[in-house]
Design a protein around this ligand. Sequence first.
Ligand code: AMP
Length: 477
Amino acid sequence: MSFSSFNLHPQVAAGILASGYDEPTPIQQQAMPAVLAGRDVIGLAQTGTGKTAAFGLPILQRLLSGPRGQVRALIIAPTRELAEQIHTAISELGRQTRLRSVTLYGGVGLPGQIQKLRAGAEIVVACPGRLLDHLGQGNLTLKHLEVLVLDEADRMFDMGFLPDIRRLLRYVPARRQTLLFSATMPDDVGKLAREILTNPVTVQVNHLQPLTTITHALYPVNGHLKTPLLLALLARTDTNSVLVFARTKHRAKKVAEQLKNAGYSAASLQGNLSQNRRMQAMAGFRDGSYQILVATDIAARGIDVTQISHVINYDIPDTPEAYTHRIGRTGRMERTGDAFTLVTPEDRDMVRAIERAMNTALERRTLAGFDYNAAAPAISKGGQNRPYESRAPRSPQRSPSSYPAGRRPSSNGAPSHAPSHAPAAPHSNGSASRSPSHNPAGSHGTPSGRPAANGHHAPASAHAAAQPGPRRRSGSR
Ligand code: AMP
């Protein structure tokens, strides 16, 4: 199938060409005919599948005819990063159409957004809280709205936005086209979909299945050795652009600092940063000034860096869906990528849940030559070594006998805590632990040595809880 089969207006087709898309992705092939026909659509697709263009192109096509200067399409996204990403994608695809898109999200002043609204826009990409603020102040009207898109609806639910979404619906005409995209379909999202969509067409792509171009590996390790193992992995792996996930804001910040201290160009992306700093971190990661970005789940939502070579879960995610979302950041659009997850004995249940959801056993790997038996660093006053801690209280020297799925951190049955069983210098030519499909002990990947630039961060909150826990509100207002 080619894009020409959609009979798009030449100004829209020009955007496809400019964006370098050769042929439609599966979600585009499936969703675009229905969206172009004006149908309501539920799209079960994760980030990285091309879903933005799947709704963006038909919206541009539709808005080409009809009045200008009125808000006729509204896209609601859970985070500012995703809103910016959608705005950028649609602006690029629609450059020749001269249709205008504005973003509305919290963390930045209202006046600039009001000014852009006054200048006139046909497309608004917004986070729910700030959009409600603008609507409450009468800064825009949605009475001319023709298309409503809810993007990453499951994540909006996780972040507690569904009440805001229901409130927003009071401002939009009942007669409209509604599109809902979500990687998963929890009950509450299904209920919302039944309420707000009319006779929808459902299309599904890669639902819960991470892209097949990704190599997954688990690295069992005791909690106190996570950072040394991360550093060892980075030093021995040919990494290009690495996204590291940590469980909390504090841990993200701390790990980024440890990476910087080790000579890497790294930054953290977490909810304590001002919008400017977040944009700076994202831009630095995108343009390569930062080789490594350490993020929490919420902060990383919407990151679109197509050249991400590795996702490393410093902390295992809380749900299989979150695993899929995280891993979806690498291997985007058929590029290959590696996904490493550091797992502690306490992660056993989550490992099982992820393997069940993916319907496959994930490979366990050991890093040859790494001292899995090293002692925990001395615990300084005030819990200074917190990022090494695991979730459940436990002895830092816990026996490795209780690793996830009952396996020790050794692929060959050798006692994991006996580094002498492994080659001492595995760097240059492969190692006992290397799988045929992957090279964890590759020879390149030395720290880039680039100056750490400006990965400054706002002070971490005392409790540092940035997880996408059920119904937690993000600061996107
Ligand atoms: P999305 O899932 O919308 O975040 O898109 C993921 C990435 O795929 C983005 O970098 C898009 O620019 C890119 N993309 C979307 N559609 C296509 C296509 N048909 N061909 C190649 N790349 C695409």
